[in-house]
Design a protein. Structure first.
Length: 97
C-alpha cells in the first residue's frame, strides 16, 4: 500500500521516542532499529503523533518554514518512506484491513 497525502500514520506499538535538544531518537524495541531525527524531522514526527495526515503535516510546515511546497512534500514523503521501511510507522488503513 502506497502512502497518500490523505493518510494518517500509526506508530508501531513497540516504538519509543525521546526528544533531546530539539532532535528525536526513535527505537523500535521489537526490531532493534534505532533512528535519529534532526529538528525538521522532529517537527514532522510531532505532527504525525498528533494524528495529522501527510497533507496536514505539509500544510502546517509550509507556514513554519521557508520552503517550496513541492520540496517540502518530497522531503516529508522521503522521511515517511524511511520510517515505514524501518517498521516505525504504517498507514492507519493498513492496520484496519
Amino acid at each position: 500500500m502506497d502512502v497518500g497525502s490523505t493518510d494518517q500514520l500509526f506508530v508501531h506499538p513497540s516504538v519509543i521516542c525521546r526528544e533531546l535538544s530539539g532532535e528525536t531518537v526513535l527505537l523500535n524495541l521489537e526490531s532493534g532499529v534505532y533512528y535519529g531525527l534532526d529538528a525538521v524531522g522532529t517537527r514532522i514526527w510531532q505532527l504525525i503523533l498528533q494524528g495529522c495526515t501527510i497533507a496536514n503535516v505539509c500544510d502546517t510546515m509550509i507556514k513554519e518554514y521557508d520552503v517550496e511546497r513541492d520540496v517540502l512534500h518530497a522531503d516529508v514523503m522521503r522521511l515517511v518512506g524511511e520510517l515505514r521501511e524501518q517498521g516505525i510507522v504504517t498507514p492507519r488503513e493498513r492496520l484496519q484491513a
